[in-house]
Design a binder for this molecule. Structure first.
Ligand code: TRP
Length: 366
């Protein structure tokens, strides 16, 4: 196995999450904190989000009646798959429960710089498409602010003020910039820092924001927490997620191969992919499975139910028990997952169409 590498633009090797928490200096989500998150999305209360910075302060501020907000973004390099939804499902859940504003920057510039083959027109097309997917999740229009770097150019004045406070050597050290990278890579961190401080810039009210992200994005959080002092703003909090496995198992879900559920997939594509590719924790034969039972820990279908599709704790526990005991076969488990995904996608695809009509309520104007 190759050595672990986790940066915003490259994730490889076997991921050791405890080591990341130590190296990055973040905190594990405590049991006490989990107690306060019982009604939130399974991703948050069942441990996919495992680490944080100052999220205890965010919760306390809200409890005491202060303004809080959520900010998380999307780099639109392609159409969206299930794994891409992770921070947004959590953002929506925090909005529902804590009734707070959600800010969603779309970093089309980032993907344009970083993806060699992505041209300007295509990235704009993906932005529009991805924004519709995000609106389809059901955010509240009056409390949700979506903006795209190439379109909402007002962001530039904040990025410039931030850029002046970041030296080239800090950017290089924080993001591992390479000599052959175009200079867009070195400016982009100022944009993302401006995104993360944007809730305070835009509302003119100092308050604590939380940024739900994959742990690979933590360098941006560290940088922003450091920069906040120059503007007399409150350091943002963060919630860090583990990587979501592809259907094949362990590695991060990425856009290669068939191991991904696209939000545009049809029921028959979903059925085919899950049956063919979803890594099974079951035994080689039915007889053996009945005797020894399956292993839900490594079973991707079970893990997807746990993370996304079976919010009811009792029902999930029942499935887990039956699978472990051998009473439930892999094929039964897959059937449950296929049906759940297809119900979700049917509804999602309909809402995405409807999103065309209400998109203006969400998009910030210059
Ligand atoms: N860089 C993020 C990604 O590639 C997207 C992003 C843009 C973002 N702005 C952000 C994430 C602000 C969190 C906060 O996925």
């Amino acid at each position: 196995m190759t050595k672990m590498k986790v940066t915003p633009w490259e994730v490889s090797g076997k991921i050791d999450y405890d080591k990341l928490v130590k190296e990055f200096g973040t905190s594990l989500i405590s049991e006490k904190m989990k107690g306060k998150l019982q009604k939130t999305h399974p991703l948050l209360r069942r441990g996919i989000y495992f680490s944080h910075r100052d999220f205890d302060k965010w919760l306390e501020a809200r409890e005491e009646g202060y303004k809080v907000s959520v900010i998380t973004g999307r780099g639109p390099s392609e159409k969206m798959h299930l794994g891409h939804l992770v921070p947004f499902l959590v953002a929506k859940s925090l909005q529902d429960i804590f009734n707070c504003d959600v800010f969603i920057p779309i970093s089309d510039d980032e993907k344009f710089y970083v993806k060699e083959k992505l041209d300007y027109k295509d990235v704009l097309k993906y932005s529009k498409d991805n924004i519709l997917d995000l609106i389809a999740l059901g955010f509240k229009p009056e409390k949700t602010f979506i903006f795209e770097d190439f379109i909402y150019t007002d962001i530039y004045k904040y990025a410039a003020q931030v850029a002046k406070k970041i030296t080239y050597s800090t950017a290089r050290a924080t993001f591992g910039l390479k000599p052959e990278n175009n200079i867009g890579w070195s400016f982009y961190p100022a944009m993302q820092t401006a995104h993360i401080l944007f809730p305070q810039f835009y509302t003119g009210k100092k308050h604590i924001s939380v940024v739900p992200v994959g742990i690979d994005q933590d360098p941006f959080i560290r940088l922003t927490r450091d920069i906040a002092k120059h503007f007399d703003l409150i350091k943002p909090a963060a919630l860090h997620a583990k990587f979501i496995p592809s259907l094949y198992g362990a590695e991060k879900m990425s856009a290669t191969g068939e191991g991904v559920i696209w939000l545009s997939d049809s029921p028959s594509e979903v059925k085919k992919k899950i049956n063919k590719y979803a890594f099974s924790g079951g035994q080689a034969s039915v007889e053996e499975h009945r005797k020894k039972g399956g292993n839900p820990e490594v079973d991707v279908s079970f893990q997807y139910l746990k993370m996304f599709f079976e919010p009811d704790d009792e029902k999930l526990e029942k499935i887990e028990k039956e699978y472990k005991s051998g009473k439930m076969l892999t094929a039964d488990l897959k059937k449950i997952l296929i049906d759940k995904i297809n119900i979700f996608l049917k509804e999602h695809q309909k809402r995405k169409k409807d999103a065309e009509k209400i998109i203006n309520k969400f998009i910030l104007k210059n």
